[in-house]
Design a protein around this ligand. Structure first.
Ligand SMILES: [Zn+2]
Length: 302
């Protein structure tokens, strides 16, 4: 590693000082991408003609030119990188993130542009599934979204089912890590998805008495307890209230087609809330390591 300082900090002023123009953002991405060496994407040759002033490298053998953003989630971002960095900062370093409407007003960009870039960030926030929950784990389902009782009109919004898995701290007083998954129903086959993706087979799991969990006992160690007015599922209830409050407060309405992305965002931040100092830098790493995602892949017609 050569002399390269990652951004560590919590303050917006430190942040805007460090990334005061687009070139400083490109410089950061350039270092992130090639600080550990160069390998040509086309021919795997490892010597490049340096063009650090232009924030790109050219392979010495096949002359292929690569920019610091190509092959990453920054590919073809259609507005100044400084604004993209600001969106990353709000989504990593604040406790609640920000809506696309709010970002569009703050940064003077089109709301859809802000929303689409946020969707890319949410891709970077998806779990790697490499570190399944272990130890004491609680699993339960809840509903989010939809019209509240008493609201007028009959919109197309319906409540969506979400299954949540929480690993508690050893004293069972707090939440260590959590994952949430949008599911079609509370059938065993739907519930199984979160177990397969996020829960270790050696975990000590608690659920309520719902029959959908019974078939999973052949693989996972599940104890089923009758819920005593939620008292014995207190961490779960606390987490669900926080999640629902966030969805209502920041997004008001969540299209079911994108609900999983919002759940990924919420859990990503929740699971890293004790590592705030490096949150921005780590999210940049993930943006650099994820494959580009063309806007058309979001399948929207706006
Ligand atoms: Zn090459």
């Amino acid at each position: 590693m050569v002399d390269f300082e990652t951004f560590k900090g919590l303050g917006i002023l430190e942040f805007t000082d460090k990334f005061s123009d687009d070139n400083k953002c490109k410089e950061y991405l350039y270092e992130k991408k090639w600080n550990n060496g160069f390998v040509c994407k086309k021919c795997s040759h490892d010597v490049a003609l340096n063009s650090s002033a232009l924030y790109l490298k050219q392979c010495k053998k096949c002359l292929h030119i690569e920019s610091c953003t190509s092959g990453t989630l920054f590919h073809k971002v259609k507005f100044p990188l400084r604004k993209a960095f600001y969106i990353l900062f709000t989504m990593s370093n604040t406790s609640k993130g920000s809506s696309s409407l709010n970002l569009s007003k703050l940064l003077l960009i089109n709301r859809n542009t802000a929303w689409l870039f946020q969707q890319k960030i949410r891709i970077a926030m998806e779990s790697s599934k490499n570190y399944p929950l272990n130890g004491k784990v609680v699993v339960d389902e809840t509903y989010v979204g939809g019209k509240e009782i008493g609201h007028q009109g009959r919109g197309a919004e319906t409540k969506q089912k979400v299954v949540i898995a929480i690993e508690s701290t050893p004293d069972e007083d707090g939440i260590k890590r959590v994952y949430a998954m949008h599911i079609e129903s509370a059938s065993a086959s739907e519930l199984k998805k979160i177990f397969e993706a996020h829960i270790s087979k050696s975990a000590d799991i608690k659920t309520d008495k719902w029959s959908g969990y019974s078939p999973l006992k052949s693989v996972w160690n599940i104890q089923q307890e009758k819920s005593k007015g939620g008292e014995n599922f207190e961490l779960m209830n606390r987490f669900c209230m926080g999640l629902k409050g966030w969805l209502r407060g920041i997004y008001h309405h969540v299209d079911p087609a994108f609900l999983q992305k919002y759940l990924d965002e919420y859990c990503y931040r929740f699971n890293r809330s004790i590592y705030k100092e490096t949150a921005f830098d780590k999210l940049i790493d993930r943006m650099m390591q994820s494959k580009p995602s063309p806007y058309k892949s979001f399948n929207i017609t706006t």
